[in-house]
Structure formats: C-alpha cells, structure tokens
Design a protein around this ligand. Structure first.
Ligand SMILES: [Zn+2]
Length: 337
C-alpha cells in the first residue's frame, strides 16, 4: 500500500494543479485565515531523539513546506493576517508554540530566506531558564524508567508509559504537578543542553521581533488556565505580557492557551488583560466574524505532510493546508493515516 501511495502522490499532485483543484480550494479560503500550528523544527539527525516526536518537523521537511507556502499562499504573522482583508491567495499564518531555540536558529532563517514572517508564542519562564514541565517529565520518565517515575507519583502502584504519565501530570492541580515535576527533576540527570530542550534566549526573541516576526504570549509556566484561580490566571496573562515587553519593547497582542485549554472565563480574562486574540488547538480555519479568542488552527505533523520516509510531499502538505489532502484520502477511500 505504501509503494502504491508513493506512486499515486505525484500523479495526484499534477492532477490537482492541472485541473485547478488547488486554486479552487484556495479561492474558497480567501476570506479565511489558515493558522498552522508548529512546535519544533529540528535538524534531521536529531529529530527522532525528541520525546515529543509528533511535535517535531525535520528541517528538510520544513524547508519544503516553506517553499510551497511562499509559492501558493500569502504568509503573514497572525496579528497582521487578522487585520488585513481578502487577497488573491489564501492567507496563512505559521504559529510556533512554547519558545524553543530551534524556532530562532532553524525555522526563522528558513522563513526569512523566503521572505516570510511568523508568530512565536513563548512561555516566559521557559525563556527565563526553567525547563517546560512536560519536557522535564518526559526526560525524567525516559531516564528513570516507567517503574520509578510512576512510583514517584503513586498511581495505584501502576507504572505508566510516557504518554499516560504526561496525561496524568496534566490533570493534577498546578501545585501538585509542580511538586511532582520538581521531585522528578531532582531524581533524574539534568536535561541535556541541546536543541531538543533548549529555549530561545531573550536576545533571540528581540531579534525575531526586530526582523518583523510577531512575538506573542503562551503564559508564564505553561499552566492549564481553566484550573487556575482569578489571581493566578491574571498573573499568567499580565506577567507574561510584561516580560515579553521587557524583552522586545512591545506588549504582545496575541495569546495562545497552553494545551489549548480555555473556557469563557479564561477568554474574558485574556481580553481584559489587553490581548486582541487568542489561539486554541481546535482544528479548523479562522473565518471572519468568529470568536477572536478561540482561533482554530491546523496542527502540522510529519505524519500528515510527509511521506513514509519523512520527505516533504507538496500534495500532502497542500492537503493539510488547503483541505485537499482530506479530499484525496476520501476519494481513495482511506479514512485515515
Ligand atoms: Zn505549549
């Protein structure tokens, strides 16, 4: 099936271009903003070492995506995309969550060479030197082994695999999660100082801002905002804004809910803190008139945009961005991949 699929893609790609399907889909999306969600772009040789592999795009794959976007869409930072009117090309915003250093050292140079700019949502404590709790937990889990790490949290004596372990931590109240992660960090070796775990430095953030990218907020500690009391919620929203302003000279207008978790209270508090829009992780595109504090996005993963060997495929990527991919899969009777 794999070989058949690989042979089919270039044919479908040509067909889509020749019959104007791409252009048609693009026209249908002209008044929308297609917001793409990224986290990490890593050099090919270390991409597989990341414990959150689903959130990683290989550098060469990303380069292919950038080339396609530059040719077929109008790319703008989200702040600008939301403020501008229809264009002849579909409008796309690339958003990067969390604030990883690879964003500044791998992704941004590729974007800039193509004349494109993006939006970077950063967790400010991460930039200030505190590892992201889920990175710390995933690394500790891998190093300590499920048995030990699971016992640390005393989950009815059951050892959890990495993904269930992170899910469990996610559901704990903020204080208990912080205590558990601190305990894990004490027991595990320190996080390696490499691109898989490193945060951008404040000077790199400032440089991105100077180069025309948008620097926006992802809160301070990557907390689940609906779980927080009023004071803690306000602190996350206002505190991260102040920190970013100190680094870039400009208060952020965009916010991205950690893990996509929000509710009407969180959305109202985000607006009250001075933000003009906020991103969720709900799948879809942003159409005019929809709630600006619940923007939908499309998660770009290698699974859905590259072939089985991790190589960029125009037709697949176009499918994710414009909806073509879904139509092709339906036409071929393949419900999912
Ligand atoms: Zn995040």
């Amino acid at each position: 099936m794999t070989a058949k699929r690989e042979r089919a893609y270039p044919i479908l790609d040509h067909l889509a271009s020749a019959t104007g399907v791409l252009a048609l889909l693009g026209r249908r999306l002209r008044s929308s903003v297609i917001v793409l969600m990224y986290h990490k772009v890593l050099p090919d040789r270390i991409a597989d070492d990341c414990p959150h592999r689903k959130l990683v795009i290989r550098e060469t794959t990303f380069a292919g995506q950038v080339a396609w976007l530059a040719k077929h869409t109008r790319v703008q930072p989200l702040r600008e995309a939301l403020a501008t009117r229809e264009s002849d090309l579909p409008t796309v915003s690339l958003t990067f969550d969390d604030g990883y250093r690879d964003n500044a050292e791998i992704a941004a140079p590729l974007l800039e060479r193509a004349g494109l700019r993006a939006t970077f949502f950063v967790s400010t404590d991460f930039i200030d030197g505190t590892p992201l709790w889920f990175d710390q937990a995933a690394f500790a889990h891998a190093r300590l082994g499920a048995e030990k790490a699971g016992d640390l949290l005393r989950i009815e004596g059951e050892a959890l695999d990495a993904s269930r372990f992170l899910d469990h931590l996610k559901r704990l109240p903020a204080e208990r999660r912080a205590a558990a992660v601190t305990e894990l960090a004490n027991r595990a070796p320190p996080l390696p100082d490499d691109l898989i775990y490193a945060a951008m430095r404040p000077d790199q953030l400032a440089e991105l801002g100077d180069a025309g990218h948008e620097i926006a907020s992802h809160g301070i500690r990557h907390e689940m905002l609906p779980d927080l009391g009023t004071e803690a919620l306000t602190a996350e929203l206002a505190g991260s804004s102040e920190r970013i302003r100190a680094w870039t000279g400009e208060a952020p207008v965009g916010f991205c809910y950690p893990n996509g978790y929000s509710n009407p209270t969180v959305e109202a508090a985000t607006a009250a803190a001075g933000y003009e829009y906020a991103c969720s992780t709900t799948r879809g595109v942003h159409r005019p008139g929809r709630n600006l504090f619940r923007l939908r996005r499309r998660l770009i993963s290698e699974k859905n945009t590259a072939d089985v060997n991790g190589r960029h495929v125009d037709a697949l990527f176009a499918g994710e961005v414009l909806g073509l991919h879904r139509i092709i899969r339906h036409a071929l009777g393949r419900s999912s991949r």
